[in-house]
Design a protein around this ligand. Structure first.
Ligand code: MN
Length: 314
């Protein structure tokens, strides 16, 4: 560190207040075979919060009848997928051979590194409702080509405070540490309240944060938040007041601003256009580098060619 480093001055940190927050509307998108989801990152206004680079809120949706969630085999590079169901189950299969049903309170963490593929589906034996979040974490330059990996975490730490159950899904907070393997300074908390309450929550001044409400409504630093939007909290704050009048469930995702230049296309993260084009061609050609998912009853997805690689005139 030197005097010229753009580190936030800890003496300048203060509690966050309503005027500090940016409100970003999530956009509707479709996951797999027709499941509508709300995507809060990336948006036109903001691409990352720390290394969190993709925030999908899916459901609640009835899956008792019909096929439920079905996302056929598809690849990833340069990121970790972080799956957090709050109702229902998802069956994951990947090209490393892992097959894992995830349930509420658990984390499935798939580290793509240089390349992996997986499928996600509602298992045959399932609860009537599916609801949750799938988040992506960009890998920093130092780790984006590591070997692919899959980890299932059944035991995620939590504590009760001020009418909230606070679960430390990722990183460290309030003296608890999540076991989830990360490669950059990050935190992910779930704030669950059955009847409402007011919570005084410490923030890390060098972290920026995103507030994603999954159920109910809250006030965060005096600003109302509800499902379908993201509140962005810039660095420089050491404290947040969280208030809800009734039942609510909120994800608070933070990290040090991600400075490695990202190029995201479809399910790939890279740095250069040529690199992404190669990933698309490799996957569509069935190259070994992206792996092969066994056991999914359906077709693998086809990677769309990025606009810069389209033949001229099309
Ligand atoms: Mn995926």
């Amino acid at each position: 560190m030197s005097a010229t480093d753009p580190q936030p001055n800890p003496h300048a940190a203060r509690p966050c207040a309503a005027g500090d927050l940016q409100r970003i509307a999530a956009r509707e998108s479709v996951l797999g075979e027709g499941m509508k989801i709300r995507r809060a990152l990336p948006t036109r206004e903001r691409r990352t919060i720390g290394a969190w680079c993709f925030l999908d809120h899916f459901g609640p949706i009835g899956v008792e009848h019909g096929a439920g969630l079905r996302v056929g085999p598809h690849p990833h590079t340069g990121l970790q997928t972080f799956t957090w169901p709050i109702a229902g189950e998802i069956l994951h299969r990947d090209s490393l051979g892992y097959q894992q049903v995830i349930r509420p309170g658990q984390v499935n963490l798939m580290t793509a590194g240089r390349g992996i593929s997986h499928s996600e589906e509602s298992p045959t034996d399932r609860s009537p409702t599916l609801h949750g979040a799938q988040l992506w974490i960009a890998l920093p330059d130092s780790h984006r080509h590591i070997d692919p990996a899959f980890e299932h975490y059944a035991d995620i730490p939590s504590l009760e405070r001020d009418g909230y159950r606070i679960t430390v899904m990722a990183g460290e907070a309030l003296g608890l540490r999540s076991p989830v393997r990360l490669y950059s300074p990050l935190v992910g908390l779930e704030l669950l309240s059955a009847k409402g309450g007011t919570l005084a929550l410490p923030l890390q001044p060098d972290f920026e944060y995103g507030v994603l409400v999954l159920e109910g409504a809250i006030r965060f630093c005096g600003e109302t938040a509800k499902p379908g939007e993201l509140l962005y909290v810039p660095t420089g704050h050491h404290h947040a007041d969280v208030h809800s009048d009734g039942a609510s469930r909120t994800l608070l995702l933070g990290g040090t601003p991600f400075t490695d230049g990202l190029l995201m296309w479809w399910n790939f993260i890279g740095r250069e256009k040529e690199e992404i084009t190669q990933y698309v061609r490799d996957w569509n050609a069935g190259a070994d580098s992206m792996g092969n998912v066994k056991g999914y009853d359906g077709a693998r997805l086809v990677a769309p060619l990025p606009p810069w690689a389209q033949p001229q005139g099309e």
